[in-house]
Design a protein around this ligand. Structure first.
Ligand code: AMP
Length: 285
């Protein structure tokens, strides 16, 4: 595995691979790898000849007061893990190279970014789409792999790629969980053992919703009330949203049907914001 810092060198490498008739899969990440990231890397290897993983803690997608400075980092460990999981290039650009002092351009997706995490984190998705757009130009991937844990992010990037005629296939990877159900996240490292226990409320709330839907409860207002009570019974939890939405438009639904996705965001001890989601019927989406 090689490490490339310079975007110009990254593009030159990609051009050589493309001229040699090879395909490239890109996995954009912010590092501090866990099994979720590693599964995406392995999926990338199944799609393409060359696997590029970008490691960039993107300042543009963090709001004021969010954890940009304290975001967990361990470059040596990340290099080892990437190498062990079939990555050919780890692309690690510097912030000042990605964003010149006079940068003025943003990619902004409309309606899909307005609810769920977009409502709580203004500017977040514009930061995500801008950096992913830049990565697509720099790396020129045929495939790009994103996790369904960040479901709205995946939907927004699909829309961006379609609206801007990007010739890249966007692949979604299922959520990778700990044995007890907690969705893997770099931010789980912030959880002490009491918080870790409360964090289980997200995956368990999904389990409860699935069970209630199985019992014939389709009214989302009633389901939301039950989930709110359930989540609030866990110490230190503050709910950002409990939303039943259409899995494509992300618009709120009043009744659960085949197209319904449940999306949750919960703050633990006002320190760690966790998200999770699941389709209510279909296993994949
Ligand atoms: P991050 O480093 O948190 O920006 O995540 C990089 C990529 O890994 C994103 O596409 C995430 O959706 C994906 N990812 C993170 N955690 C998980 C997980 N538990 N399961 C599946 N994908 C994940």
């Amino acid at each position: 595995m090689d490490i490339i810092h310079d975007p110009v060198k990254m593009t030159a490498w990609s051009n050589r691979r493309i001229h040699a008739g090879e395909t490239i899969a890109l996995v954009p990440t912010m590092g501090y790898f866990h099994e979720g990231h590693l599964s995406l890397m392995r999926m990338a290897g199944q799609h393409a000849d060359q696997v590029v993983v970008s490691l960039f803690v993107n300042p543009l997608q963090f709001g004021p007061g969010e954890d940009l400075d304290s975001y967990p980092r361990n470059f040596e460990r990340d290099c080892d893990l990437a190498q062990q999981n079939g990555v050919h290039i780890l692309f690690v650009p510097e912030s000042k190279v990605m964003y010149s002092e006079d940068n003025q351009t943003r990619i902004s997706v409309g309606k899909l970014t307005k609810n769920l995490c977009g409502a709580d984190r203004p500017g977040h998705f514009e930061g995500v789409t801008t950096v992913v757009g830049k990565l697509f130009h720099i790396v020129k991937p045929h495939y790009a792999i994103f996790g369904k844990k960040d479901y709205q992010q995946l939907a927004v990037i699909r829309k961006m790629a379609a609206d801007l005629n990007w010739d890249v296939t966007i692949c979604g990877h299922p959520i990778v969980r700990e044995q007890d159900g907690l969705a893997r996240s770099s931010r789980n490292t912030y959880l002490n053992s009491a918080m870790r226990q409360s964090a289980l409320c997200l995956s368990r709330a999904i389990g409860l919703a699935t069970k209630r839907v199985g019992e014939g409860v389709y009214n989302t207002r009633q389901l939301r009330d039950e989930l709110r009570d359930f989540i609030s019974s866990h110490p230190g939890t503050a709910i950002d949203y409990i939303s039943f939405v259409d899995y494509q438009t992300l618009e709120n639904k009043s009744k659960v049907d085949q197209d319904t996705l449940l999306a949750l965001a919960v703050n633990i001890d006002n320190k760690v914001r966790l998200i999770d989601n699941s389709m209510m019927f279909k296993q994949d989406n």
